[in-house]
Design a protein around this ligand. Structure first.
Ligand SMILES: [Zn+2]
Ligand SMILES: [Zn+2]
Length: 313
């Protein structure tokens, strides 16, 4: 029988041939390694699985037909399981990572792929919302909580538009629809936190000399110049990402100096209304925030879920 070029890509001396996809691509593998990595393969190669007993077409090698699976994804998964790091591609597209996660979920071999998938789920390699959504769904299917949190945070920080155009595709892969509601709600909360960081802090009574009022007025001047005052801000809210607003806030210059009030008896207690240092610190904390908790989403309510949370929140 003619064999395609991928046949002995993984191993030439395996005991099993996977016949994958509608085009019946053939891949020679070691059944013991697949059984160790996947409970599904373990059952499939067991004595009671009739497809596992089809043999004799290629010497003593068993043939396992897997007509519904993606040949590219299965080849990469088999390469990892067979320690063939030499044939793994350096980079994978987000849709390839998603295909791998679908097959890994189906065959329950996420643990065996954990370190390889950790590298593929790095969201810094992608920028479009569609690609980030694909990586998010892959992280969900692979149960990679850290990557899931980081990817969902990037989606909230880097996009201002609706998540809905790509939502149905992810729901079809098994992601719960509530996730898109949570993404929207948490993105609103990030903008709210940014508003709080930039707000004028006026919690103490002003000094009789009016230092606090003058200082606050100076700060309002740079907020106005930066486009952060309410009237200007409402115009810009549509379509501006959280990360862009943060960058603009970081670039705001210092407010005009308040006239030195050393003549005031209470000048030692004068505190400016704006501290660039603490604002930058708070903005950095906001940038370093966490995204959605995978275990809360996949395990239902955090009150009733047995699973501990995957991130602190
Ligand atoms: Zn004073
Ligand atoms: Zn949680």
């Amino acid at each position: 029988m003619a064999e395609n070029s991928s046949y002995d890509k993984i191993t030439a001396d395996g005991d099993t041939i996977l016949v994958i996809g509608p085009d019946e691509a053939r891949l020679c593998v070691q059944s013991c390694l697949l059984q160790a990595a996947s409970k599904v393969f373990k059952a499939m190669f067991g004595p009671h699985y009739k497809e596992g007993q089809r043999s004799g077409l290629n010497g003593s090698k068993k043939e396992i037909p897997l007509p519904e699976d993606d040949v590219g994804a299965m080849t990469i998964i088999c390469a990892v399981i067979h320690y063939r790091n030499d044939i793994l591609p350096g980079e994978l597209s987000s849709s390839e990572v998603l295909q791998i996660s679908v097959v890994a979920d189906k065959y329950d071999c996420k643990v065996a792929l954990k370190h390889a998938t950790h590298h593929w789920l790095d969201h810094r390699n992608v920028v479009s919302l569609k690609e980030q959504m694909e990586l998010m769904t892959a992280a969900y299917l692979l149960d990679q909580a850290q990557a899931f949190s980081e990817i969902t945070y990037a989606m909230m920080m880097e996009h201002a538009g609706s998540y809905l155009p790509f939502a149905q595709d992810q729901i079809d892969f098994g992601v719960p629809w509530e996730l898109f509601y949570l993404l929207e709600a948490k993105r609103g909360s990030i903008h709210q936190q940014l508003g709080d960081i930039l707000s004028v802090k006026y919690q103490y009574e002003d000094c009789p000399c009016g230092f606090k009022s003058k200082s606050a007025y100076g700060y309002l001047g740079i907020l106005s110049a930066g486009g952060f005052l309410p009237s200007l801000y409402l115009d810009r809210l549509d379509g501006e990402t959280a990360i862009n607003r943060i960058k603009r806030a970081e670039q705001m210059g210092p407010p005009s100096e308040v006239e030195d009030c050393t003549g005031c008896d209470n000048y030692r207690w004068h505190r400016p209304a704006y501290s660039r240092e603490s604002m930058l610190k708070n903005l950095q904390e906001l940038k370093d925030g966490k995204g959605l908790c995978l275990h809360c989403i996949s395990g239902g309510s955090r009150v009733y879920s047995e699973k501990p949370c995957s991130i602190e929140h």
